[in-house]
Design a protein around this ligand. Structure first.
Ligand code: SF4
Length: 96
């Protein structure tokens, strides 16, 4: 069994940090509305980037706030981060 030295631990932590930044930048560059921090919640709520039925897309959800600059990513109160205006999840709620 390999013993993890402090140097290896710091090196691996640095690599993970670099990978996280690279993932976020790649997602932003690709125009996707993703944050690694919300991935497990997205999965548990069956979030998809494109709703099968546009009438229940995120843009029509009470928890959605559109991007002020008109970009494709708005903010979801439930997921606590960016989502596609065309997305959908199990917590969809029509505005009252
Ligand atoms: S709760 Fe679900 S459907 Fe509503 S904005 Fe958030 S991700 Fe979209």
């Amino acid at each position: 069994m390999t013993r993890l030295t402090r140097r290896h631990f710091v090196f691996r932590a640095a690599l993970l940090g670099i990978a996280g930044v690279a993932f976020t930048r790649a997602a932003q560059a690709a125009g996707s509305c993703v944050t690694p921090e919300s991935e497990s919640l997205r999965a548990s709520l069956n979030y998809v980037g494109t709703a099968a039925d546009p009438s229940v897309a995120c843009a029509r959800c009470a928890f959605f706030t559109a991007d002020a600059a008109g970009g494709p990513c708005g903010t979801c109160q439930i997921l606590g981060g960016p989502v596609d205006a065309t997305g959908h999840c199990d917590s969809f709620s029509p505005p009252s």
